[in-house]
Write a protein that binds this ligand. Structure first.
Ligand code: GLC
Ligand code: CA
Length: 513
């Protein structure tokens, strides 16, 4: 287990939209390098970059055309190596996005696989044995290649599934078992990609759709067996490298497949949500942190605590503020509610991830789809650096050339203006990260002990000798213990006899004796 994870707080960057260093309207790698000290000043010590590889961008880069080349619009491989190096010098780690389930249909492997003549890549993708009938289950494309067969998709139509075989072979004429030597080369190719970047300074990977590799694998045992190979390679050759999965089932991802971390994400239909957001029976969005739309703490934490019980000591659960697939967390929570949510994110065990812009409550801006984003596009708008600068400081390009327009609202939240206000969200977050880094009790390991979990919304948990209490409601509430040694408060917590009165929307971190 990489030791640095104990204390890691990640910042996710969507490279298109972070900082444009050369004025062409789109964010780039050198822009990220220029802003490293901003990220570090907030206390973040690790970065996850969304895919930055050569791609036709039918799915914002999750359709990879070349796993080992940085897309020219973001710069060069040398720029990325320099980013690794600068980050390391500042004590930070950088992980890349690994997309093993599918490639772009423009990937040279697929161009070869499409050919009717047998070649090295014929079995790299999943082909049925006739262009005339699409097999049942999964999604297929027919009639787009001279090869007689349909090819299986893993996501959008531009993303053919790589072939890791089937766990249960039901149609032997075209399905291969996952142990068949004809498919062994596929995972080896992905291991090569991992080594390529690790050898050049990358510190690990966020693994896209990690559970999607082997087909007809409902229990995911075959898919897990592949990832255990990857973990073995890391343990032997790159013991400080980390893997975090988009699996959303920590017991499987960690205990079975050997991932160091797994994200908690809820999927409702085609939308992805972070852990702190729920839909009620009527499909209404709710969150524990909302003053009014109340979800019990018990409901919010159930999945997290269950998964933590099963995985504790073997790997970490990653709670997130949101990501490039979710609506922005500010769409649901206002600034005081966000302060409570971030207090929890930074004081529960696991490895927390923040999505760029969530530190200033950047808004979700519904708009026309860009590069396969659809409703996700509203969460992918450019970072807002300074209200007084052109394009809020994101880019010097003309407005019409921007990758996506910046938030044009008069009150668009911006970094510089928020940093100047002592009680702003960004300064609260900075304080919280600092606290977590000062107190090892608040870091990734261990389990919280729930001290209070009341129907009126009051929640209090303890981590060794530090406790954290919340009152998210719009009414004063009573915490049945004193909080004499307060380390951090948002809202107000006043001792009163044997109790503490928690003002509406309060979170307090305090030392126990
Ligand atoms: C993951 C990514 C998402 C992408 C999809 C297909 O869910 O987070 O952005 O579209 O996989 O690669
Ligand atoms: Ca640029």
């Amino acid at each position: 287990m990489p030791n640095w994870l104990k204390n890691a707080v990640f910042y996710e960057i969507y490279p298109q939209s972070f900082y444009d260093s050369n004025g062409d309207g789109i964010g780039d790698i050198n822009g990220i390098t220029e802003k490293l000290s901003y990220i570090k000043d907030l206390g973040f010590n690790a970065l996850w970059l969304n895919p930055c590889y050569l791609s036709p961008f039918m799915d914002a880069g999750y359709d990879v055309q070349d796993y080992e080349t940085v897309a020219p619009r973001y710069g060069t491989n040398a720029d990325l190596y320099r980013l690794f190096d600068s980050a390391h010098k500042m004590g930070m780690h950088v992980i890349l996005d690994l997309v093993p389930g599918h490639t772009s249909d423009k990937h040279p492997w697929f161009e070869e696989s499409k050919k009717p003549q047998r070649n090295k890549y014929s079995d790299f993708y999943i082909w049925s044995d006739s262009a005339w009938s699409r097999p049942e289950g999964y999604s297929w494309v027919a009639g787009m290649a001279d090869r007689d067969g349909c090819y299986m998709l893993n996501f959008f139509n531009s993303q053919p599934a790589l072939n890791y075989g089937f766990n249960h072979v039901t149609q032997p004429s075209w399905q291969m078992h996952y142990t068949d030597e004809r498919v062994a080369g596929t995972f080896d190719a992905i291991l090569d990609v991992m080594r390529f970047w690790l050898d050049r300074g990358c510190d690990g990977f966020r693994v896209d759709m990690a559970d999607s590799l082997v087909k007809n694998d409902d229990e995911k045992t075959a898919t897990a067996s592949l990832w255990r190979k990857a973990r073995k390679m890391l343990d032997e050759q790159y013991p400080e490298a980390m893997l975090v999965s988009e699996w959303c089932n920590a017991p499987r991802a960690i205990n079975m497949a050997g991932f160091h971390c797994d994200f908690i994400l809820n999927h409702y239909g085609k939308l992805t949500y972070y852990a702190f957001r729920h839909k009620d029976e009527n499909g209404q969005n709710k969150s524990y942190f909302c003053k009014t739309a109340h979800v019990s703490a018990h409901n919010m934490l159930r999945q997290y605590l269950d998964e933590l019980n099963e995985t504790c000591g073997k790997g970490y659960i990653s709670l997130i503020s949101g990501n490039h697939d979710t609506e922005r967390i500010s769409y649901m929570l206002d600034e005081s509610e966000l302060a409570l949510a971030y207090t929890m994110l930074l004081t529960l065990p696991g490895v927390p991830f923040f999505y760029y812009g969530d530190e200033i409550a950047m808004r979700y801006i519904p708009q026309q789809s860009k590069e396969g984003g659809f409703q996700r596009t509203g969460s992918r708008t450019p970072m807002q650096w300074d209200a007084d600068e052109k394009n809020l400081g994101f880019s010097s390009a003309d407005r019409a050339r921007l990758y996506l327009d910046v938030d044009r609202g008069d009150d668009a939240p911006c970094v510089r203006q928020q940093l100047e206000k002592p009680d702003s969200l960004i300064n609260t977050l900075r304080k919280l990260i600092k606290l977590r880094q000062t107190y090892p009790q608040l870091q990734a390991d261990g389990k919280p002990e729930i001290l209070v979990c009341n129907d009126d919304g009051v929640l209090c948990y303890k981590r060794d000798d530090i406790a954290v209490a919340f009152n998210p409601t719009d009414r004063q509430a009573v915490l049945p213990m004193r909080t004499d040694r307060q380390i951090f408060v948002t809202g107000n917590a006043t001792n009163d006899g044997d109790n503490t009165l928690l003002a509406p929307q309060t979170a307090v971190i305090f030392a126990l004796n």
